[in-house]
Design a protein around this ligand. Structure first.
Ligand SMILES: [Zn+2]
Length: 564
């Protein structure tokens, strides 16, 4: 938050220097609000380290040695001795679903770093915990939570579809909606099915109907996969913006507690932007957000209404706090065959590209990643060169011939360390899953993220540890694995802690087109930074995830923890 007096100073640097020189006998050009000294400050700018950093309003004034930076000090400056603590640029979580994550914090959450309660393994506990939640929230018209459950997709690692009888027992009188940890399925009770109008008769939309799981007699089981989730989402009573903001605020603070200061959001649209805008107007937005337009596994169509929404979003929100110029496509689901034909996909992204929008594409399969790369290449050929920053989300599984195309076409790989290594669904075809090191060596831009709430918690430090170790991370058992698989057998695809840190900072800013203002700690950039308890580039890799975030600063304001 820039205070008015300081903002005025910044408009008149020459006058200000004169005034300071006269008052304090200093030769500096600016006065700072906050100076952090005696730190191990990793600037991420060309691998340079600094001792001290000065912040004025929401901006970094100076970075350098204690002596240099203390020249900005006046009587009004707060000076904080970091006592050797590490400072890094604020983390960007480049693939999130903040609304779903916030809903999970407000609702019940049965899949965290500390516990895993599933209907298959703990039926009685599962039901008892929902009943307790319902009792504690008598005013909620709909009960919402998050858990892992069988989706009945037929994939080799998936369980038969969970039965809604379990949810009917847990909540006989109120609609109950359980989000799958993947966010590629909902599991709902009979009350919720009735609310959504899902019965024994097939739904009018064949795509939505295809993903309603039904038993042999044609009755819905309560599991709604992929695009069928939208039928339920549309039926939920609209939430007042104040209520939505109350829930979001908790989610944003939770992200701040892990050092996250910026995020790309890869589902949602105009309603989410309005909610973030309302938070910002009250000074309560504590994560900078870039909203991508998408609903899970729902195909885009270039309808006038959709294009109007995109134009409205981009015209309204394009500053340091909220931006909206990104459209996300689902090349495949989890797991499903391609959702577009190459021709459909290329036609739509070519038109969006002409209009100046940026595009990213979810691709879990090698075929999905190939279709995205082919589409991007065709758009570049058809529409001519432009600074596009196309992206592929996940891209964990690639054909060998496609690996070098990311660097060649300038396409960002947006990968999640939490999904790597030992998971039952990683299907390495021609190259190892998550070929991070090979991608970096090829010159590709690699960014890391949590996909929160699809992984829990959204900890960049845990992500960095996992990227270095290529081993499933669990806070309770950092050297072990949830699946009992110690690692994926491809240590050659690990990255260094510094490479992983850059994937959460400098490269992530580039991926969002904010490299002029974010991603490194340099004079003139926005003052987003994290104070850590230890130097994560100097400690053993298995300690990185347990490093404490002591303070998170966004725009010069401490939004989590406290400075030493
Ligand atoms: Zn996602």
């Amino acid at each position: 938050m820039v205070r008015k007096s300081k903002a005025d100073y910044r408009k008149k640097p020459a006058l200000m220097a004169l005034a300071l020189g006269m008052v304090a006998g200093a030769t500096t050009a600016h006065a700072s609000d906050l100076v952090l000294t005696n730190g191990r400050i990793y600037t991420a700018a060309g691998g340079q380290w600094a001792q001290a950093i000065a912040i004025t309003g929401g901006t970094i004034e100076k970075v350098g040695s204690n002596v240099e930076v203390l020249k900005t000090k006046t009587a009004a400056t707060r000076v904080v001795d970091l006592k050797g603590k590490m400072v890094v640029p604020g983390f960007t979580d480049d693939h999130t679903h903040i609304w779903f994550g916030s809903l999970a914090l407000d609702g019940f959450n049965f899949s965290t770093e500390n516990e895993e309660i599933t209907p298959e393994k703990n039926r009685a506990v599962f039901i008892a915990r929902i009943k307790a939640y319902a009792k504690a929230h008598p005013a909620y018209a709909v009960l919402i939570g998050r858990a892992d459950f069988g989706r009945g997709t037929g994939a080799k690692w998936d369980l038969p579809a969970a039965d809604k009888a379990i949810l009917d027992e847990a909540s006989p009188d109120r609609p109950l909606v359980v989000h799958n940890t993947s966010e590629h399925a909902l599991w709902v009770n009979s009350k919720a099915l009735a609310l959504a109008g899902i019965g024994d008769k097939p739904l009018p939309d064949p795509v939505e109907e295809k993903y309603v799981v039904r038993d042999a007699a044609g009755h819905p089981t309560g599991v709604l996969n992929e695009a069928a989730q939208e039928v339920m989402e549309r039926a939920l009573p609209p939430m007042p913006i104040e209520e939505k903001d109350r829930i979001l605020r908790v989610g944003l603070h939770y992200m701040n507690s892990f050092g996250i200061t910026s995020a790309a959001i890869l589902t949602g649209g105009l309603d989410d932007l309005k909610a973030f805008d309302a938070l910002r107007k009250r000074g309560e937005l504590t994560v900078r957000v870039r909203q991508g337009f998408a609903a899970v596994a729902v195909n885009h169509h270039l309808t006038p209404a959709f294009l109007a929404d995109l134009e409205t979003a981009r015209a309204t929100w394009h500053d340091d706090w909220i931006s909206a110029n990104l459209v996300k496509f689902f090349m495949d689901g989890y797991p499903t065959a391609p959702l577009y034909t190459p021709e459909q996909y290329t036609t739509i992204i070519a038109e969006l590209d002409k209009r100046g929008f940026s595009v990213t594409s979810h691709a879990l399969t090698p075929a999905g990643a190939k279709m995205a790369l082919d589409g991007y290449q065709a758009v570049e050929q058809a529409n001519g060169p432009r600074d596009r920053r196309f992206r592929v989300e996940h891209g964990d599984s690639l054909y060998a011939a496609d690996l070098p195309r990311f660097a060649r076409l300038g396409v960002v790989v947006s990968s999640q360390p939490a999904f790597c290594c030992g998971g039952a669904d990683s299907e390495a075809v021609e190259v190892p899953g998550n070929p991070w090191n090979s991608l970096l060596k090829s010159g590709a831009k690699l960014v890391f993220s949590s996909d929160w709430p699809c992984s829990w918690p959204p900890s960049p430090l845990a992500g960095i540890q996992q990227a270095v170790e290529r081993r499933q991370y669990n806070i309770d058992n950092a050297s072990g694995s949830r699946d009992g698989l110690p690692n994926d057998g491809h240590p050659e695809e690990a990255v260094t802690a510094e490479q992983a840190l850059l994937a959460y900072t400098r490269t992530a800013a580039w991926a969002n087109g904010t490299e002029g203002k974010l991603g490194t700690l340099e004079a003139g950039k926005l003052a987003d930074l994290v104070v850590l308890s230890r130097d994560i580039l100097a400690i053993p890799a298995d300690q990185i995830g347990k490093t404490n975030v002591e303070a998170t600063v966004v725009g010069g304001r401490v939004v989590y923890g406290q400075l030493p």
